[in-house]
Design a protein around this ligand. Structure first.
Ligand code: FPP
Length: 250
């Protein structure tokens, strides 16, 4: 059912790519007096709901910060539980992803993932490779600085890019996100005003929306609210407001 906010959405001005820092699973569990894993499990339901809602709205790309390079330093038991949850998600959801036309993609130092997780991930990517309704990218074992360092290493070791040919366009071809457009909107849940090493290069001109809602509570109506907020912004890409208005008129 459509909520009251949804009717205010301008379907001609939807963000094409939404990136999300899904934060607050632990705090959600703590408030309820339950274990952290239950928070992550509930967070997985939010993933399912938000991805489906985005697809229904006609959003082309969703990128989720699912596991950071720094998350490896969490207690072993939590890392293990998160990897298991991810595996379960991929196994359980792969037919639904296919039915809904959702293409799975992954970015990060994927070789660091346990082999069984990497296997299911690759299988699901292969299974959904021809889907074209929405591209769901999971950032796994991901860090923005690490991504830039990996790009520099690739450039140096390939020997294919001379210094006079290094520019934003040529450099971006070496990032993990070579096949993605830059995010229009970044949503961060649980109230923290930080980027936390997520998509450092790609977020240069992205609109940022922070909500106090914890990720396990984040549902379709929260996504709609974030998009409505985005639609009230004036994106200037470094230009003056006058220049931006003239561009819109043209
Ligand atoms: C942040 O909450 C969340 C994570 C580190 C992991 C995100 C994982 C999920 C939402 C579940 C599975 C995801 C997929 C894609 C299947 P936190 O633990 O940092 O919360 P806190 O800051 O309140 O402790």
């Amino acid at each position: 059912m459509k909520g009251k906010h949804e009717s205010y959405l301008d379907k001609s001005n939807l963000p094409d790519h939404i990136a999300i820092i899904m934060d607050g699973n632990g705090r959600w569990a703590k408030r309820k007096g339950i274990d952290r894993l239950s928070g992550h499990r509930e967070g997985m339901k939010s993933v399912r709901t938000v991805v489906n809602a985005a697809r229904e709205l006609g959003i082309g790309f969703v990128t989720l910060f699912a596991f950071s390079e720094q998350n490896w330093h969490r207690p072993k038991s939590e890392v293990h539980a998160l990897m298991e949850l991810l595996k379960q998600f991929l196994i359980k959801e792969n037919s639904r992803l296919l039915e809904n036309g959702i293409k799975l993609n992954a970015i990060g130092r994927l070789r660091e993932l346990p082999p069984d997780v990497n296997q299911v991930l690759n299988d699901t990517i292969e299974l959904t490779k021809n889907c074209n309704m929405l591209t769901l990218t999971l950032a796994l074992s991901y860090g923005g600085r690490e991504e830039i360092i990996d790009a520099v290493k690739k450039i140096v070791s390939s020997g294919n890019l001379a210094s006079h040919d290094v520019n934003e366009l040529s450099f971006s071809q070496y990032l993990y996100t070579v096949d993605l457009k830059e995010p229009d909107l970044l949503i961060r849940t649980s109230g923290e005003f930080r980027i936390s090493n997520f998509l450092l290069w790609q977020l240069a001109y992205t609109e940022i929306y922070v909500t106090k809602t914890l990720w396990p509570d984040f549902r379709r109506r929260h996504l709609i609210k974030a998009i409505l907020n985005f639609q009230n912004r004036e994106r200037r890409f470094g230009l003056t407001s006058d220049q931006t208005r003239k561009r819109k008129v043209r």
